[in-house]
Design a protein around this ligand. Structure first.
Ligand SMILES: [Zn+2]
Length: 249
């Protein structure tokens, strides 16, 4: 049983906007840990590559803001916005004695670990929303595939094919359950009901959005539900998904 999480979505739309903007601009992973990326792309993990992307994108973005826009922070109280965010997330950060010409970039660098902790917290709420958006996931997984391809020589030999693509791994039940519920028990392409409540003959396929053969990853965000027919016709050619969804009523 997973735990209930506190509903805190009101304060993460800014973060989601930032992440979507970066994904739409095809901004690659940068300033990131190769080891973490490799480990989380060969085998399905609950901390997904999207969690990592959210954290590093936020950190890279705010590091740049603090570096370039130090004058924004030269007013008394200019950092209150950040103190509030840290407080909401129960992260303690010492108050500084404000003086004119204070170097906010130094302040950011000194507390960068705390910023990382803050965005690790917020990444869970942002993930909850973004995981539902398959069109976003398609674009995101194309970015992931670029990094898999770039890093392919750094992967342990046992995890990659001769071509350098990631080897197939069993998809854990917790991933299948989550994807089945997200995709409402239907093939994302042709809407065939795969719940087996009506038709017992349908077969569920858990399909890589960006195929492994095209440097896709074994990551929960790269899986979708499809019927056998659509899965076969897609067969490792083109990354694809559908942006159709059922309305609530
Ligand atoms: Zn289908």
């Amino acid at each position: 049983m997973s735990e209930l999480q506190k509903y805190n979505f009101d304060r993460i739309y800014g973060l989601i906007d930032l992440i979507e903007g970066n994904v739409n601009a095809e901004t690659a992973f940068w300033n990131f840990s190769y080891d973490y990326f490799i480990e989380h792309s060969v085998k399905f993990q609950k901390e997904t590559l999207l969690h990592q992307y959210i954290v590093i994108t936020a950190l890279n973005n705010y590091r740049r803001d603090f570096r370039k826009s130090t004058d924004w922070y030269e007013e008394e109280g200019a950092l209150d916005f950040w103190y509030e965010k840290f407080q909401e997330n129960n992260i303690s950060i010492p108050k500084y004695k404000f003086k004119k010409g204070y170097d906010a970039y130094k302040w950011f660098l000194r507390h960068e670990k705390k910023f990382e902790q803050l965005y690790e917290n917020l990444a869970n709420d942002a993930f909850y929303i973004l995981f539902n958006n398959r069109n976003f996931l398609l674009k995101f997984n194309k970015i992931v595939a670029e990094s898999v391809s770039d890093l392919s020589s750094k992967y342990p030999k046992k995890d990659v094919t001769q071509k350098g693509t990631i080897k197939r791994k069993n998809i854990p039940t917790w991933v299948k359950n989550a994807v089945f519920h997200r995709d409402k028990g239907r093939c994302v392409f042709c809407n065939t009901d795969l719940t087996n409540l009506v038709n017992t003959l349908t077969v569920k396929n858990f399909d890589h959005i960006v195929p492994l053969d095209l440097y896709g990853a074994n990551d929960p965000c790269n899986i979708q539900l499809s019927c056998e027919k659509c899965n076969k016709s897609k067969s490792n050619k083109e990354p694809d998904t559908s942006d159709k969804y059922y309305t609530w009523w």
